[in-house]
Write a protein that binds this ligand. Structure first.
Ligand code: PGA
Length: 257
C-alpha cells in the first residue's frame, strides 16, 4: 500500500483527479469505479474542469459506482445516481448508458446484486476504483463485520453510517436503512484503488486502517491485501500517524521536507 500526504484537502483532491485523468488519457476505454460522498465531490469538480479546459475525453469510458441506497428513485436528491449525474456524468461527455449504479428499486434485490457483478465482469473488470472511507472504516457500504471476500450484496447500514449520512436528508428518518454495495471482494478485484480521506474526523479511522492487519471489524483493511492501492490524505486525516510504524505502507511523499 502506498501513502501520499498533501498539505490540504483541495490539493489532495486535485492530485486524485490528476491520477484519474492521467489513467483515462492513457486508456480511453478505462473502466472507472466511482464513489460518492463529500470527500470526493472536489475530485469530480476538478475532473469537470479538466474536461472543459483540457478536453479530457470520457466518451469511451465506462463507470461503475460502489453503491446505491435501497428504495430511492434515481431522481431523488439523495440517490447516488442523482449525485453522480449532477457532479460528473451530465457535466462531461460520458454516455449515460456507460454509467452504472446498482438499482436500489429492483424488485428482486438479490438478483440485482448478481446482475451488477456480471455487468462488471462483462466490462472486463474495474481498472481504477476511487474510494472514500467512513468513520467506521466502511468502504462502499461494507460495514464493520462484512466478509473480506464478499461480492455485491444488500447491506443494512450501521448506526454510525446512519448518523454520518442522515444529516444530508430533508428529515433524518428518510434515510434508507439498506443499500446495495459492491463487496470487499469486488473491490479487492479492481486493478488499482485510490482511497481519498481528508479532514480531522477521518484521522482516527485512517490510523486504525493503516496499522491493522485485514479484519472484518475495519472493512478498509482489506486494502492491505490489494497489490496496487494508494491512500491519499491531507495533513488533518494523517494527523494521528505521526511517529507510527506502518508495516507494508510505503510513504511516497513527506510533507515535512
Ligand atoms: P464522506 O463519505 O466522503 O461524505 O465522508 C465517505 C464514505 O462514507 O465512504
Amino acid at each position: 500500500m502506498n501513502l501520499i500526504i498533501h498539505p490540504d484537502a483541495a490539493t489532495a483532491a486535485n492530485a486524485v483527479a490528476a491520477m484519474m485523468a492521467q489513467a483515462l488519457a492513457a486508456q480511453p476505454r478505462l473502466v472507472l469505479g466511482l464513489a460518492t460522498g463529500g470527500t470526493v465531490e472536489p475530485v469530480y469538480a476538478r475532473l469537470v474542469e479538466r474536461h472543459r479546459q483540457h478536453n479530457l475525453d470520457f466518451s469511451r469510458c465506462r463507470t461503475f459506482n460502489l453503491d446505491e441506497y435501497v428504495g430511492l428513485p434515481a431522481q431523488h436528491r439523495n440517490s447516488y445516481r442523482h449525485f453522480m449525474n449532477e457532479r460528473l456524468f451530465l457535466q462531461v461527455n460520458l454516455e449515460l448508458a456507460n454509467t452504472h449504479l446498482p438499482d436500489g428499486l429492483a424488485p428482486d434485490l438479490s438478483a440485482e446484486c448478481v446482475r451488477y457483478e456480471r455487468q462488471i465482469t462483462a466490462a472486463g473488470g474495474i481498472d481504477l476504483q476511487l474510494l472514500g472511507i467512513g468513520q467506521n472504516g466502511h468502504i462502499g457500504f461494507n460495514e464493520p463485520g462484512a466478509e473480506l471476500d464478499s461480492r455485491t450484496h444488500v447491506q443494512t447500514l450501521s448506526a454510525t453510517t446512519r448518523a454520518q449520512n442522515s444529516r444530508l436528508f430533508a428529515a433524518p428518518d428518510q434515510m434508507p436503512a439498506q443499500a446495495i454495495t459492491m463487496g470487499l471482494g469486488t473491490i479487492r478485484d479492481c486493478r488499482q484503488c485510490l482511497l481519498l480521506a481528508t479532514g480531522r474526523e477521518k484521522a482516527g479511522i485512517i490510523r486504525q486502517t493503516l496499522t491493522s492487519a485485514p479484519t472484518p471489524a475495519i472493512p478498509a483493511t482489506v486494502l492491505h491485501e490489494h497489490p496496487d492501492c494508494t491512500v491519499i490524505l491531507d495533513t488533518a486525516a494523517a494527523s494521528q500517524l505521526e511517529g507510527l510504524q506502518l508495516p507494508g505502507v510505503a510513504l511516497l511523499t513527506n510533507l515535512r521536507k
